[in-house]
Ligand binder design. Structure first.
Ligand SMILES: [Zn+2]
Length: 108
């Protein structure tokens, strides 16, 4: 399964695009972790470099944070709170900039 995931992702980290050709170690990651019911399928797999694999596995607190700000953003949108909308946008843009928890989708 690992090899199939690497092959589909062209042996490159899906976040930063670095791979073995750049001297970077790659890992097959479960998008939804096994302990939360994620399956060992191609669809639930993604290629990550060591750095992004580490960030994902060791900073799961940031996931709760991102989900919280997405909820807050939607609520602010619903009531038209421009100040809170701008605040959430900036925080979520920072998540995006650093490639943190990119498996949690956020769209403006
Ligand atoms: Zn990476």
């Amino acid at each position: 399964m690992h090899e199939a995931i690497f092959k589909r992702d062209c042996y490159r980290c899906v976040i930063c695009g670095l791979g073995r050709a750049d001297g970077v170690e790659i890992h097959a990651d479960h998008i939804v972790p096994k302990d939360r019911g994620g399956r060992a399928t191609l669809e639930n797999g993604q290629t990550l470099c060591s750095k992004h694999n580490f960030l994902k596995k060791n900073y799961s607190q940031t996931e709760s944070g991102k989900r919280f700000f997405i909820r807050l953003y939607r609520r602010a949108l619903a009531i038209g709170d421009q100040h809170m909308i701008a605040f959430c946008r900036q925080i979520l843009a920072t998540y995006k900039q650093f490639g943190i928890n990119s498996h949690i989708e956020w769209r403006e």
